[in-house]
Design a binder for this molecule. Structure first.
Ligand code: PAF
Length: 272
């Protein structure tokens, strides 16, 4: 940790800008796109790799989280990352306990309702990484749309001095959103999972035919018919994640989906 500060302080002293790409490892092309964006915008690109235990509400999920450290290093090198930061729990959590975060609906709905404590752990570690790296900019994928919205709110309300950059979802040619968890999908589960991305692509068209509520129900039924187990299918305000009162607010709306394919929980979202 002291080594990291030492390296970054001399860079900052010489007027260089720092970009942080926080990850939990098991890097894929989605992460590579964040690193590329950072590489184009800042002088020093720092990537952190840390599967933060406090944001896993299920210890099995943490144990199963893929670990691909040597491949991760190759990808970081390929993307010309300047600093790879691998915190250890004893060091990064030294003197730190998980701080609850509460932005009302924004933190309570969707993932907040299904993964108790997840956003408390996530925001605690992101705040800590910001403190240690002191980046000018930090890069997060839009696939975790609610996470990105919470980090945006946290960064502005706590005046963290970090510009948050959201990066577009990267997809397989089939449409499936890239995720470190996709590695767990059998070919049949992967095929079923395409119902999720298809719903994201179709949403505008569906809403020309049906009400918000009926569209959510229709998608939920289709996911179930494909053998998936949806946690939620919701069309909400893209910034506040509040339920929409009527179809007249569709301009700022987003469809968010979480569903299990087999034992793997998948997220996807898109504009409405
Ligand atoms: O999105 C992730 O990979 C994690 O939630 C993050 C932002 C690295 C915090 O642990």
């Amino acid at each position: 940790m002291a080594g990291l500060r030492h390296v970054l302080e001399s860079e900052i002293a010489s007027g260089k800008t720092i970009g942080l790409v926080p990850t939990m490892g098991a890097l894929h092309e989605g992460h590579a796109s964040l690193l590329k964006k950072a590489r184009g915008e800042v002088d020093v690109v720092v990537a952190s790799i840390y599967a933060n235990p406090t944001q896993f509400n299920n210890q099995d999920d943490l144990a199963k989280y893929p670990k691909t450290e040597s491949d991760d290093l190759l990808l970081l090198k390929r993307e010309q990352t300047d600093v790879a930061f691998f915190p250890q729990t004893a060091g990064i959590y030294h003197g730190l306990s998980t701080m609850p975060i509460n932005y009302g609906v924004l933190t309570e709905t969707l993932e907040g309702a299904h993964r108790s404590g997840h956003f408390d752990g996530m925001s605690t570690i992101v705040r800590r990484l910001f403190e240690l790296v002191a980046p000018h900019r930090a890069y997060f994928g839009e696939k975790d749309w609610q996470q990105l919205a919470i980090i945006n709110r946290m960064s502005s309300s706590e005046d963290l001095g970090v510009k948050i950059i959201g990066c577009e979802i990267l997809r397989e040619p089939s449409g499936l959103a890239l995720s470190s968890r996709n590695i767990h999908l059998s070919s049949q589960e992967k095929k079923a999972a395409l119902t999720i991305s298809k719903s994201v692509f179709d949403i505008k068209h569906r809403l020309t035919r049906k009400s918000l509520h009926d569209t959510e129900l229709e998608i939920t039924h289709e996911l179930k018919r494909a053998g998936l187990e949806p946690d939620y299918v919701k069309i909400v305000n893209a910034n506040t994640l509040e339920a929409l009162q009527s179809e007249t607010n569709l301009g700022q709306a987003r469809l968010l989906i979480a569903a299990y394919s087999g034992k793997t929980r998948l997220l996807d979202n898109g504009p409405v």
